[in-house]
Ligand binder design. Structure first.
Ligand SMILES: Cc1cc2nc3c(=O)[nH]c(=O)nc-3n(C[C@H](O)[C@H](O)[C@H](O)COP(=O)(O)O)c2cc1C
Length: 320
């Protein structure tokens, strides 16, 4: 057990937050992380309020652990925010200016609020807007990247400026990494890429294999996968850009979303899942620099328990 302000706030037992990853953070993965003592985050984009409500009811039946819902500001659906605030412990926002009215709305329905930020100014704005915690995302992170500073300098400046608990995100995959950010003063770690290779993940097996075979220099920050979400930098495997560049413009595959087949355009933001067919290698293969430490597929529970027990040892050693 590593108790922090993050675990206390959300009544969790492990200072680990699963990153919300559309198509990857399935209800099975969210509930497995929550059952293991971490905080599972369900992604909400492109979901109806009814579908979100039934997913959250199903999650509550599967686990008594901590879970929340993540919203991307450019795709915000207020009806879904209301459902999430009523039916989960944590409502979280990313990729937009912290909004006091939105925070107040969630608080009035009983949930805690978090904002994932990429700069000191955004962290201060999130605290002023009333957020209960902030997630400091460094540029090492996989998926969409908000700021321009790598994790440790960003974390230090944010920890020096805000009073609310701070969760560190970007490049964290091992117990050593977790111990390092906790020793720096973070209250938890938000982990994405390593959980893409969890047994319960919804990622396409070829995407998972590409992560296992890759290391940090194989990733890059780009704006290449911009169809549906332009001007938003993201970190992917470089190989996916090269593979997409070789293909003609147009549809390169198909994904099932809410029971419907949806075409995947070349350079679409959609990453390949078990429900995707087509040219998987040329789709957005999001990966953080943490990919270096993604070595095999493991159940989420064993990822969480390995991180916690080895981080405790690392922290004890650091104290000597
Ligand atoms: C496949 C993938 C999808 C992501 N989608 C989202 C998202 O929808 N919302 C969000 O807040 N963050 C998203 N992120 C970013 C994560 O929240 C987090 O900052 C990042 O995963 C941390 O870096 P790591 O991948 O090295 O662990 C995504 C990350 C990945 C890898």
């Amino acid at each position: 057990m590593i108790e922090t302000r993050f675990t206390q706030l959300l009544e969790a037992s492990a200072p680990i937050q699963l990153a919300a990853m559309p198509g990857v953070s399935t209800p099975s993965l969210v509930s497995a992380v929550a059952a293991a003592g971490g905080v599972g985050m369900l992604p909400a984009p492109l979901m109806s309020a009814e579908a979100l409500a039934s997913s959250l009811d199903e999650l509550r039946e599967r686990t008594s652990g901590a879970f929340g819902v993540n919203f991307l500001i450019p795709f915000l659906d207020l009806e879904c925010v209301t459902v999430a605030a009523r039916k989960s412990r944590l409502v979280e926002f990313f990729y937009g200016d912290p909004d006091p009215q939105l925070v107040e709305h969630v608080h009035s329905l009983g949930a805690r609020v978090s904002w994932q930020v990429g700069s000191l100014a955004e962290a201060i704005a999130a605290e002023r807007a009333g957020c209960d915690l902030v997630v400091a995302q460094g540029t090492e992170a996989g998926g969409h990247v908000r700021g321009q500073t790598s994790l440790l300098p960003l974390l230090s400046e944010i920890l020096g400026a805000v009073q609310v608990p701070v969760v560190a995100a970007g490049g964290i995959a091992t117990a050593r990494d977790l111990a390092a950010v906790l020793a720096s003063g973070a209250s938890g770690a938000r982990i994405g890429t390593r959980f893409v290779a969890a047994a319960e993940s919804g990622a396409h097996p070829s995407y998972v294999k590409a992560l296992i075979d890759a290391s940090a220099p194989d990733t890059c920050l780009t704006e290449a996968f911009s169809v549906m979400w332009p001007n938003a930098p993201h970190r992917v495997l470089r190989s996916s850009i090269a593979a997409a560049e070789e293909l003609p413009e147009g549809v390169i595959g198909e994904i099932r979303l809410g029971g419907k087949a949806v075409p995947v355009q070349r350079f679409s933001v959609i990453c390949p899942t078990t429900e995707t067919v087509g040219n998987i290698e040329a789709m957005a293969l999001y990966a953080g620099e943490s990919v270096t430490n993604v070595r095999r597929v493991q159940p989420a529970q064993s990822i969480v328990s390995e991180l916690i027990s080895d981080a405790e040892d690392a922290l004890n050693r650091a104290a000597v």
